[in-house]
Design a protein around this ligand. Structure first.
Ligand SMILES: [Zn+2]
Ligand SMILES: [Zn+2]
Length: 88
C-alpha cells in the first residue's frame, strides 16, 4: 500500500482520516458501481468523498459480479439475506 497525498479538511485544514475505503455508492443491483473513499475530519466532522483508487477487482464465481477484494460480494450477501428469510 502506498501512502497517497494527505487529504486536508477545507474548513479547518485538519488532516482528514479515512472513515471508509472504497465505499460502494448507488444500488447494489447496478452493474457498474462507483466507489468512494470516505474521509472525515476529526475536528469538525466534515465528511469529504474522494473517488476510490482503482484497485484490483475480484470476480465473484457465484454471480459474476466484480467487487473489491476487501468486501464480500454484495450481490451474494443480498441473495443470502433474502434466501435466509424465505427458508425460515
Ligand atoms: Zn475540519
Ligand atoms: Zn456473488
Amino acid at each position: 500500500m502506498s501512502e497517497t497525498a494527505k487529504k486536508l479538511c477545507p474548513a479547518c485544514q485538519c488532516e482528514l482520516t479515512l472513515a471508509s475505503a472504497a465505499f460502494p455508492m448507488g444500488s447494489a443491483f447496478a452493474h457498474e458501481r462507483f466507489h468512494v473513499d470516505i474521509y472525515r475530519c476529526p475536528q469538525c466532522d466534515r465528511v469529504e468523498l474522494f473517488a476510490a483508487q482503482e484497485e484490483e477487482k475480484v470476480t465473484c464465481p457465484v454471480c459474476g459480479a466484480t467487487h473489491s477484494p476487501k468486501e464480500k460480494c454484495p450481490i451474494c450477501a443480498l441473495n443470502t439475506a433474502f434466501s435466509d428469510h424465505t427458508h425460515r
